[in-house]
Design a protein around this ligand. Structure first.
Ligand SMILES: Nc1ncnc2c1ncn2[C@@H]1O[C@H](COP(=O)(O)OP(=O)(O)OP(=O)(O)O)[C@@H](O)[C@H]1O
Length: 240
């Protein structure tokens, strides 16, 4: 059964420069099964973020249906989007408050992302990687049915991004979710996803689909993942 389903979705925007209306999606369909993490890869401007916004309810489709299971949504953006004037723990507690959950869960989830010692720090004293860990903790704290990740690690240096990808893999194993990951990074997609869809063209369509058969936990050094990465890069450079 699909947990997330886009059925014949169309989304059009008016180009501010030319004034023309352009369809980013036209009768576009995509399904994510319950408990599955699907990565969406594609060149800049293909519509990856728009797709995530449609699922998050931040954008409305002009036609078609976007079905998302009822329940809480956890979202991780490229930037951590923390409130700098309140401690880390409070940032997570605010999400718990909004979800009507016990604040006590903040300590557990901060420990799970390796930030137990920083719970009383203010976000501004943390490194970029630590700040993004808080963002991940906040998304998982509310026990979301669906997690949406929009380029979650692309603002970080490669070593930090790599650590956070492995952390996300651990979290996902301990707390499995249904998820959609938008990324420019084919290796990130191969490491984390069950399935990868490559978007291309305008209106965007799925130009390739991959299953990622590798067992978990996966390693970024796994040659099979590297080979998959190579195939996706070929799709992208072929003008996908
Ligand atoms: N609110 C908006 N108004 C007008 N055009 C928009 C709006 N949002 C997105 N677009 C257009 O839709 C297209 C897809 O944008 P989107 O941000 O979804 O692509 P993307 O694949 O996420 O790109 P990137 O990888 O660069 O973030 C772009 O041409 C963009 O200009």
């Amino acid at each position: 059964m699909s947990a997330i389903s886009l059925r014949a979705v169309s989304k059009r925007f008016r180009d501010a420069r030319t004034g023309r209306v352009e369809a980013v999606f036209e009768e576009f369909s995509l399904d994510v099964a319950e408990g599955e993490l699907v990565a969406v890869v594609g060149a800049s401007g293909t519509g990856k973020t728009t797709l995530l916004h449609l699922v998050a309810g931040l954008e409305r489709a002009d036609a078609g249906e976007v079905l998302v299971p009822p329940g809480r949504l956890g979202v991780v953006f490229q930037q951590p989007r923390l409130l700098d004037w309140i401690p880390v723990r409070r940032n997570v507690e605010l999400a718990l408050d909004a979800a009507g959950l016990d604040r006590a869960a903040a300590a557990d989830v901060l420990a799970a992302v390796g930030l137990a010692e920083h719970a009383d720090s203010y976000p501004s004293v943390l490194s970029g990687g630590q700040r993004q860990r808080v963002a991940v903790a906040r998304a998982f704290a509310v026990e979301p049915g669906v997690v949406l990740l929009d380029e979650p690690f692309s603002a970080l240096d490669e070593l930090t991004a790599r650590r956070l990808r492995l952390l996300l893999q651990e979290l996902w194993t301990a707390r499995p979710r249904t998820g959609l990951l938008v990324t420019h990074n084919p290796l990130e997609a191969a490491l984390l996803a069950d399935r990868i869809v490559v978007l291309g063209g305008r209106p965007a369509r799925v130009v390739r689909r991959y299953e990622v058969p590798a067992a978990r936990p996966r390693s970024p050094e796994d040659p099979d993942l590297f080979a998959l990465h190579g195939e996706i890069v070929t799709d992208l450079t072929a003008g996908a």
